[in-house]
Each structure stands twice: as structure tokens, then as C-alpha cells.
Design a protein around this ligand. Structure first.
Ligand code: OOG
Ligand code: NI
Length: 462
């Protein structure tokens, strides 16, 4: 098939993201309720805060907002991870970032599969936080063997999905009918299976070691465990959830409320209890939950260091992890600490705390080619020839992710694995290097500066 007859990976990802949302709505009806709440709040914000709506129009995020979501899965073996990477590659999703969750007592390490170019992100920002179980951290050899034996027997991909992945790799793309078939076949890997692959007693053994181990090992596949829409006001969501019959977790993860959002704020509701058929008995399992996120500016290494420092200081002042009992105090401490992080785009830009996108304004375009005009970036901004907006953060935060894992694993899921980051082992399992998210933001910013310079007839801008 000639290359021009291939469906673009971006379009396959958009189709897959929509199909996944439809499936999860059927599997977890509360997710549908949450989508309604998010859409109400987003409309309200767009009406009541025209400056927010305006910024989203500049960046084009207004067009992707309604379809913006991330999901999460947990796989059991290196082979599963490597094949998931090939499956996501068909949809233009690449592994970005390495997250070590072992230091937070969760025996996994993770990456985020997502599109990496701003034009692709504009078409579909769908991302999947993907974790690999680390059986090597379990110090019970019998249990480790039991888990390995069970995982070795399962095949989480349909034969047709595997064939279509291979076909796409061989030919360089998929035609329309194959792309549609691929989306349907890939969905099977992420669906919930009521039938477990183990006996009730085996499940209990795995569960007693760590709830997460049972969730990964006892089932036929890596069911999507949450799907997260993007809101423009997570505080309004947190307040609005109880009235819709959705109890939120105690604290919102990430930075505090700000005029100019940074990074990522997240809240979630508890996992549902679901009926499970073990090989020999009926039982139940809690795995799937709901989450909501608010995204803000991507931070530079300097901005990120400041964020990490302020978050650490908040936790140190609290003297422990935030929970129901100290939620109010935590939020107050967080707010006080983050007073040190400028809440003003101009200051964030001048201090090099965040990444930005630059746009030639009508005024700038009208002045193109005129002698004696400003030519430095700051001069063009001051003259109103160039407008800028923060680049949106497309990734995740390890401390927040740990909080999300823990809120749905329950506090009895706590364990201590020390600090065991092992990026090399993760990349070896993946069969690929993970990309550096900071380099991707810097490249995106650079491209916008180049486009701006070109539009204004200038050689370069910095
Ligand atoms: C993933 C938890 C992390 C996030 O948004 O930070 C996450 C999981 O529970 O598998 O999804
Ligand atoms: Ni999540």
C-alpha cells in the first residue's frame, strides 16, 4: 500500500483514545458522571475567566480539551512491556520519562507513553502511565516463583493485534480498515476481565504480599485502572464531587491553587469493589478508580528544582504524608511554602522557571520588515509584537503518582522497598531508551521561537 494511503499514527491515537473512553464509561459508570462534572466546570471557567479562555485559544489547547485524558496500566513482565511499547508506537506514542515508585513503597517503575511533538499533541494528547511490576523487590522466593509462573502463561495481546503491529512495523503504517481493526483489537488488552487466572487462595497470597501484586498477576490482562479527564479548575471539581455521589481523596496532589497553574494537580476517588471469578470460588477485587487532573506550565530544570524543594519543605513541616486527618494543615502549609514560587507569567519567564510558546501578533506582523523596530525577544514582547503563553506540562509527577497509587491501594498497601531506582533495567525491559521530557519541552519552545522569527522576518530570536 502506498504510504499516502496510511492513516496517520495521530489519527489512530485519537480513535483509540475515544474508543477507550467509551469502553471505560460502560465499565465504570462513575467515570461518565465525572466527565459530565468536568465538562460543566470547564464551560463555567471558560465563561467566567475570559483570560483563561483566551490563553487556551492562543495555544490551541481549547481544541484538545474535551478529548484530553490519560490512562494507567500495570504490566507484569519485560516482554509485556516491550510489546506494549510496540503497540503504542503504532499510535505515535513513545516512552517519555522514568518514574521510580519503589521509594514510595510501590514495587513498580514506570514511564508515560505519549506523543512528543506539539502538532501531534494538538491532535490527541492521550497518554498512558505504564508501570512494570518489580518482582525482584519481593523477598519471598516462593511467591516470586508463583507470580512468575502465572505471568509466563498469559498472553495479553490478541493474535490479530500482534499481527497488525508486525504489519505496521513492516510496511511503515496501516490503511484505514486495518487501523480500525487495530483499535478494536488493542482495546481487548485494556479491558476488565472478571475471570481471574488464579485460585482464591493464590489471590490471597499475592494480595497479602502487596495488593498491587494481586492486581497485576491474578488477571488475564493489564486492565486500564483509571482514565483521567482534564479540568480547568480542580478545586471546583474537588468541591463538586460529593454532591455527585463521588467521594474524593483527602488532598489534591501537586502544587497549590494558583492564578497561573504549574505542572499537574490531581485528585481521585476510591477504587470500586468488583466481583471476580477465581478458578475455584467467587470473590472481589478493588482496582479501578477515577481521577481528575488540572495541567499547567511545564517547568525548566530550575523551576522544577524550586517546585521539588517547596514540596519537600511542605512535607517536612507536616511531619509525614498528607492524609484525611491532616489535610487542612497540609493545604495551608503548601500554600505558605509556594508563596516563594512567582505566580506571574512575566516573572516566571524572566527568571527562567517555565517553558513558553511564542506567537507573532497582528501588530508584529504589520511591522514586519520595517527598519529600526525591536529585534530582541524582550524588545518584541515589550513592543507587543510577540505574545507568549506557558507550554503545558504533558507528563506526570512521581510524588503525586505515589499518592494516587496509595489512595486506591489503601494504607494497608504500605511497604518499604528503600530507594531502588533502576532506569537501566527498565529500559532493558522496554527495549528502548525513555525520552527526556525536559529536552522535548526545550525543543518545542525552540520551534516556536523559530516560527515566530520567520513570521516576523527576523533571522533568529533568543
Ligand atoms: C498509576 C498511578 C499514577 C498518575 O496520574 O499519576 C497515575 C497507577 O495507579 O497505575 O496515574
Ligand atoms: Ni493517573
Amino acid at each position: 500500500m502506498p504510504a499516502h494511503d496510511f492513516v496517520s499514527p495521530d489519527s489512530i491515537r485519537a480513535q483509540f483514545s475515544a474508543a477507550m473512553s467509551l469502553m471505560y464509561k460502560q465499565e465504570v459508570p462513575l467515570y461518565g458522571t465525572l466527565l459530565e462534572l468536568v465538562s460543566e466546570i470547564n464551560q463555567q471557567v471558560m465563561q467566567q475567566q475570559p483570560e483563561v479562555a483566551q490563553a487556551l485559544r492562543w495555544t490551541g489547547e481549547v481544541e484538545r480539551l474535551d478529548q484530553e485524558r490519560h490512562g494507567a496500566i500495570r504490566v507484569g513482565t519485560a516482554e509485556e512491556l516491550a510489546t506494549i511499547a510496540r503497540l503504542f508506537a503504532v499510535m505515535g506514542m513513545q516512552p517519555v520519562g522514568y518514574y521510580d515508585l519503589s521509594s514510595a513503597g510501590v514495587p513498580v517503575h514506570s514511564t508515560a507513553f505519549r506523543a512528543v511533538h506539539e502538532q501531534s499533541l494538538h491532535i490527541s494528547p492521550f497518554r498512558v502511565f505504564t508501570s512494570l511490576l518489580r518482582l525482584e523487590l519481593i523477598d519471598n522466593p516462593q511467591l516470586r516463583e508463583l507470580a512468575q509462573g502465572i505471568l509466563a502463561k498469559r498472553q495479553i495481546f490478541t493474535p490479530r493485534a500482534l499481527a497488525l503491529i508486525a504489519q505496521c512495523e513492516r510496511d511503515g503504517g496501516l490503511g484505514a480498515a486495518d487501523a480500525e481493526a487495530f483499535v478494536q483489537e488493542a482495546l481487548h488488552t485494556f479491558r476488565w476481565h472478571q475471570e481471574a487466572t488464579v485460585t482464591a487462595e493464590q489471590y490471597q497470597q499475592l494480595h497479602d504480599q502487596h495488593r498491587l501484586i494481586a492486581d497485576v498477576v491474578a488477571f488475564k490482562g493489564p486492565h486500564i485502572n483509571h482514565l483521567t479527564p482534564r479540568t480547568l479548575d480542580i478545586d471546583a471539581i474537588q468541591l463538586g464531587m460529593p454532591a455527585k455521589g463521588i467521594p474524593p481523596k483527602a488532598v489534591v496532589e501537586g502544587p497549590p491553587t494558583r492564578r497561573h497553574a504549574i505542572l499537574l494537580r490531581q485528585t481521585s476517588f476510591k477504587a470500586l469493589q468488583e466481583k471476580v471469578a477465581f478458578n475455584d470460588a467467587q470473590g472481589s477485587h478493588t482496582a479501578r478508580f477515577g481521577e481528575i487532573e488540572q495541567r499547567g506550565a511545564a517547568l525548566t530544570p530550575k523551576g522544577r528544582q524550586l517546585y521539588d524543594r517547596l514540596l519537600d519543605a511542605t512535607r517536612a513541616a507536616l511531619g509525614g504524608a498528607p492524609a484525611e486527618a491532616n489535610a487542612e494543615r497540609y493545604m495551608a502549609l503548601l500554600k505558605a511554602q509556594f508563596a516563594a514560587f512567582p505566580d506571574d507569567l512575566a516573572q516566571m519567564r524572566e527568571q527562567g522557571l517555565a517553558y513558553f510558546r511564542y506567537f507573532a501578533t497582528d501588530k508584529g506582523l504589520a511591522a514586519r520588515g520595517q527598519a529600526g523596530g525591536p529585534s530582541s525577544l524582550q524588545g518584541l514582547i515589550d513592543a507587543g509584537h510577540v505574545h507568549y503563553e506557558a507550554l503545558v506540562y504533558e507528563d506526570f509527577l512521581p510524588v503525586s503518582a505515589a499518592g494516587i497509587f496509595q489512595s486506591n491501594l489503601g494504607d494497608d498497601g504500605q511497604a518499604n522497598y528503600g530507594s531502588n531506582a533502576n532506569r537501566e533495567a527498565f529500559e532493558e525491559a522496554l527495549g528502548l531508551k525513555v525520552q527526556d521530557e525536559l529536552a522535548l519541552y526545550a525543543q518545542s519552545e525552540q520551534r516556536s521561537l523559530q516560527a515566530c522569527a520567520q513570521a516576523l522576518g527576523l533571522a533568529e530570536l533568543h
